[in-house]
Each structure stands twice: as C-alpha cells, then as structure tokens.
Design a protein around this ligand. Structure first.
Ligand code: MSP
Length: 643
C-alpha cells in the first residue's frame, strides 16, 4: 500500500426508497474527504453504489407489480441524479446487480467454501427484513429487532453458514492492536463487547426468495444480502480479475458508515477478509445520525427531509456546508430549516460573502480593482500571515483525524480574523492620505491573499463556492490545478485584475411561516392592507371556481422542435395527467421527477405543438428572471385540493 493513495467508500444504499438528507450526509462527507486528499496531492479512489438484492427489495417490487430489476433501475437513477446535484465526484458506482459484482461475490463465496469456512446446515431463528439481519432469540428486545425496533419474522430453512466464531479471537486481537481500525472510540468499545459476548456462525444463504446472487455450488440458494453487499468494496477495485488495480487500492483507507451498520463492517466484513487472506481496511468510521427536529428520520413519522427540495430552495453549498459544519462528526446531529438558514446567513453570507464584497468594493475604489504590491509589514500583518499558515496545518490535522466540522470552524476563524483586520486597519482612513497609500496597498494585498488561501482550503467542502470566489479574485490559473502546496503565503500575484460579481451568498430571509413558529405574530386590530388590492378584486366564489391541486411530477422530457416546452407526466392522485409547460429554459428535465407542485386542474385541455396538455403548472419569476415552480411540501399527497 502506498502512502500516496487514498481509497474511501460510502455504504451502498438500499433502493427501497428515494434517498433522504441522512443518506446525503454520509456521501457529502465522503466526497469532501476524497476531494481534500486529492487536493493534498494523493491519488484518490472514491467508491459508492447501490445494494439492490434481498427480501426487502423483492417484496417492494412485488407490491408495486413490477420486476425487482425494473424497480431498482428506476430508484437507482434517482441516486445518481442526487449525487450529481450535490456535486459528488465519485470514481465508480457499484450496483450489486452489475455482472462484475455477481462474479466477484460468487468468487468470494467459492474461495471461502473451498477453504472449509462455509458449511451447510439448517437455520432456525429470527430475521429482520428492513435491516436484512439475523437474530437469535436472546438478542431481541421485547421481541423486536434490537437495531430498528421493528417486528422480526421466524425463519427456518436450509442454509449455508460462515464460520464467524473461528475468527473471533483473531479479530479481537486485530482491534486491540490497531486502535485506528474502529472509530470513534465509543463504537470501538461497543464492538469489542459485542464480540466478547460470543459470535455465532452466520447464515449466508437463503432459499425462500430468489432476488439475489445464486450460491455458486448450489443454485437453490441465493447469497445473503450483506455478504453480497460488503463485497462491493472489492468489486469496485477490480476483484477478482484485475490484480493490478486490486494491489493498487486494496485495502481501503476508510469505510464511512452509519453507526447502526458498524457490526456488519467491523465483524462480518473483516472476517470475510480474513477467510480470503486479504488485508483489512485501515479504518471503519461509524458516524451518527442526522435527526429531523431531534427525531430519527423515518417515512412513517413523515419527517424525512428531501435533499432535492433543499437544493432547489437554498442551492448546493449551503446544504453541504450545513452538513459538514453543523454536525459533530461521529455524533448524532439535528437538521432543521431554521438552523440551516442561520448557519448560511452567519457563516456564508456574513462572514465569507461580506469579506469578499467589502474587499472587492474597496479594491475597486482605491486601486481600480487591481491587486497592489505589498510593501513592508507591521505586527498586525504578521499575525494574520501566521494565522493563515497555522490554519493550513491545523485544518490538515483535523481532516486527517476526521474532525471535519472542527476543520471548517478552524477556517472560519481565519475568515473572522480577516474581517476584524479590516476594521483594525481601517483602509478608508489610509485612503485619505497619499502618504499612507503604500500601507493601504499592503493591507489590501493581505486581505486578498488571505481570501486566496481560504478559497483553496474550502474548495473540497464547497466546490461551487470555491470556483465562484476564485473567479472574482481574477486569478488566471484554474482552481482545479491548485493543491495544498499553493496555500503558502505570497502566491497571489500583484497586478491580478479582480472581477466583482454578484454576492456569493445573498442573505436568506426567514419566511413568515417559520417566523410565526418561533415568535407568534400578535394582531391587535384588523390588519390594514399595505398595498392597493382594490383593483381587480374577485370574490371567494370566483376563486373557488379554480380547482388547484397538488401534483407530483413523475416524468419530464424535452419536446422536439419546441425549445421552450417540456412534456410532463404528473400524478394528480386520481391518475396521471400530461401537462406541457413552458419551463424548458429554466429546468433540466432530469431534476423534475419527484417534485410536488401546484396545478390548475380544471383548465380546458389544449394541444400544444401536437401534444395534449391537461392542466397548467403554477410558477413565478425570481428577481433575475428565472422561472421557479411553486413547490409544495412532500407531506401533501398528490391530488390534495388547495383551498
Ligand atoms: N445497504 C446497507 C449498506 C450496505 S454497505 C455494504 C444499508 N443501506 S441504507 O440505505 O439503509 O443505509 C445506508 C447508510 O445511510 C447507512 O450508513 C445509514 O447509517 C445511513 N443513514 C440512513 N439514515 C440516516 C440518517 N438519518 N442520518 C445519517 N445517516 C443515515 O444500510
């Protein structure tokens, strides 16, 4: 294994439903780490994927009256679309239905069987289908799955078993000798206790359904979905046929996983690797959960947060920043809209955005927007320069220690220092006298050099913001070519012509609905209308003639020879309607499926460019003329009447 390469993975997600913000959390952290290590000059491989087999998926597909493959194909397309929208730069995506994965899993099974570590017997015990995990009676809690508290099913079937128990001592020794293997420390202790309480051999095949990879020596059986899924980490780096790739990337540096699936990754997976004579990954990091208003997100509670709606509303980087900065990595953290808005306003709009705006405005005024040469330095300058250097060192150590949120806090201390430096140096005073023009040049140079360094330090976390600030700084080398070594003080060339653009993060006003939740609005008398609404007033009976309903977009496609029109299929509760809408210049069709919108349902059908349109979407223009669909909370089901 070379020091100069870095292999990171996310869990592969179940396509049992669309992904929510909790799933986006793991993948955003993995993306930021992958980008950071690339930035430090390493050769990086970032793997993600989808876990498509198993009883749960087979059941859902059956309920929906489609084949499991048809079902997963549709959902997996929404995964890759989400990753694209979140700017996730993965190197490979393993679908467990890929042929290469099928071959890899069968090969793993065959090798372990031939070694004598897999044997046939009968399984009798409990199974949790949502978690796809086996439980012995004594581990159940109140008769339910101890992980998810849902009902378990009694299973009795002929199965192949994997000798986990044979390797328990070796695993304990590995964990004890390698404190970095299971992180954070609290989870390490938990896993040690679990192993010490005794490991039973693991059932690794099923016969009561067939949506899986067949056991190579006995095709009545399909391989247990976790045995199948864990192997993706090898499939993605060429196992079993591409030895060169495998030698380069295996073992992984980090498997990032949620806390509830640590057991699979730190007990079953290492033992599979022991049996295969493969080295173990360096670290399995178990992060906490993202809670929705302090509660675990779940569809049944109706508190699942849809990342698409958030991206539509706030843009990508505020979401990435919130996930990376707000939640202490390893702990559970709370997601709520107000906290997201406050974080964005405080750190991105005020601290970072204003620093750029203020300094660009001053540079334009005093130096026609051109970076001046610094001349001499005072102790206040040296402090800033020192802090910039220390920030690079501290951030590097924090990211290596997986303290992502602390790392961002470190960078923002430098941003705050730069804002304070403006107030302390008062460029507007220096600009008054010709004699202090040289000093003014030094101050402005230092402010822009600090921002150049900050931009490089944040680009792995906020790639879009990095690009946008870089453009305004006017530096000709592409930001993509910049690495950690470019964060040395002094890299900014005097004479660089900056380019003032739009504020990178306009302040978000908290909407009235939110405010009213926090500070109830008192009304003492009849509210007076602020605007003249007497013109064109209509009565309630006129309004009630318009039937407004909530619809969910199912499909969207461009129309031939009509560059403004999109053809949409919209679920309106009672069925699907086709609507032709003039939004092609404002939306990419791939981004529309899943959106809850408002439609006028009783509009007379019309034909547009030969296509039937049975309704009209509601939309409004933003200040810069972009058309935005009026969106509706996901909690409202299609067909609901707006009243
Ligand atoms: N398919 C398995 C993983 C196999 S890896 C070889 C699985 N899939 S999952 O879709 O249920 O969950 C995938 C990951 O998403 C897990 O790491 C889980 O912890 C994470 N999260 C699901 N909900 C989450 C939150 N609310 N918050 C943070 N992470 C969450 O398990």
């Amino acid at each position: 294994m070379s020091e100069n390469r870095f292999y990171i993975t996310t869990p592969i997600y179940y396509p049992s439903d669309k992904l929510h913000i909790g799933h986006a959390y793991t993948t955003t952290v993995a993306d930021a780490l992958a980008r950071w290590h690339k930035f430090t000059g390493k050769d990086v491989y970032f793997l993600t994927g989808s876990d498509e087999h198993g009883q749960k998926i087979q059941r859902i597909a059956k309920e929906k009256n489609v084949t499991p493959k048809e079902y997963v194909d549709d959902i997996v397309a929404t995964f890759t679309n989400l990753w694209q929208r979140l700017n996730i730069e993965y190197d490979d995506f393993v679908r467990t239905t890929d042929r290469r994965h099928y071959l890899a899993v069968q090969e793993v099974f065959r090798r372990i069987y031939e070694k004598g570590d897999i044997y046939k017997s009968t399984y009798q015990g409990w199974y949790c289908t949502p978690c796809e995990s086996f439980w012995v009676e004594t581990k159940l809690e109140d008769g339910n799955c101890p992980d998810c508290d849902r009902k378990v099913e009694l299973v009795e079937e002929e199965s192949y078993f994997f000798k986990l128990s044979k390797y328990a001592d070796r695993l304990l020794k590995h964990i004890e000798d390698h404190p970095e293997f299971i992180q954070p420390e609290s989870r390490r202790k938990e896993m040690i206790n679990f192993i010490k309480s005794g490991l039973d051999d693991l059932c690794v095949s099923r016969t009561t359904f067939d949506w899986g990879i067949p056991v190579p020596i006995d095709d009545k059986h399909v391989i247990y979905v976790w045995f199948d899924a864990l192997t993706n980490y090898l499939t993605g780096v060429g196992f079993p046929n591409n030895q060169e790739m495998l030698d380069k990337w295996w073992p992984a540096d980090i498997h990032l996983v949620g806390k509830e699936i640590m057991r699979f990754h730190t007990i079953i997976w290492p033992i599979i690797l022991f049996a295969l004579d493969q080295p173990l990954p360096t670290t399995v990091f178990g992060h906490g959960w993202l809670l929705s208003d302090s509660d675990k997100m779940s569809k049944s509670k109706g508190n699942v947060v849809d990342p698409h709606a958030l991206i539509d509303e706030f843009g990508v980087d505020p979401i990435r920043y919130f996930l990376l900065r707000e939640i202490s990595f390893g702990q559970d953290g709370n997601f709520n809209r107000r906290a997201l808005i406050e974080r964005t306003n405080a750190d991105l709009a005020n601290d970072l955005g204003n620093l750029l705006n203020r300094t660009l405005a001053m540079l334009n005024k005093y130096f026609d927007g051109v970076i001046p040469s610094p001349s001499g330095s005072e102790s206040i300058d040296n402090q800033l320069i020192q802090l910039a250097g220390d920030t690079v060192t501290k951030l590097s150590a924090q990211i290596n220690g997986l303290a992502v949120n602390e790392g961002l806090a470190t960078v923002w201390q430098l941003v705050s220092r730069a804002n304070k430096y403006i107030d302390e140096c008062a460029p507007w005073v220096l600009a008054k006298e010709e004699a202090t023009k040289g000093r003014l040049g030094t101050v402005m140079y230092n402010l822009f050099e600090t921002q150049r360094i900050v931009t490089l330090l944040i680009k792995s976390f906020l790639p879009e913001t990095g690009e946008r600030i870089w453009q305004q700084l006017g530096i000709s080398d592409s930001i993509a070519t910049q690495t950690l070594k470019h964060t040395q003080w002094g890299g900014l060339q005097p004479g660089t012509i900056t380019q003032k653009g739009d504020p990178i993060f306009p302040r978000i006003e908290i909407d009235t609905e939110q405010v009213s939740k926090i500070e109830p609005v008192k009304q003492t008398s009849e509210p007076k209308p602020k605007t003249n609404i007497n013109e064109n007033v209509i009565g309630i009976e006129d309004f009630s003639r318009v039937k407004l309903v909530v619809g969910k977009i199912i499909e969207a496609e461009k129309m031939q020879d009509a560059d403004k029109l999109l053809k949409l299929q919209v679920d309106v509760g009672s069925g699907t309607r086709q609507i032709v809408a003039g939004i092609a210049k404002h939306y990419n069709p791939a981004d529309l499926p899943g959106k809850n919108i408002l439609i006028v349902a009783n509009l007379k059908p019309a034909k547009l460019r030969g296509e039937l349109s049975e309704g009209m979407l509601l939309a409004a223009s933003t200040k810069d003329g972009k058309l935005e669909l009026v969106s509706v909370s996901d909690k409202i089901t299609p067909g609901s009447l707006v009243k």
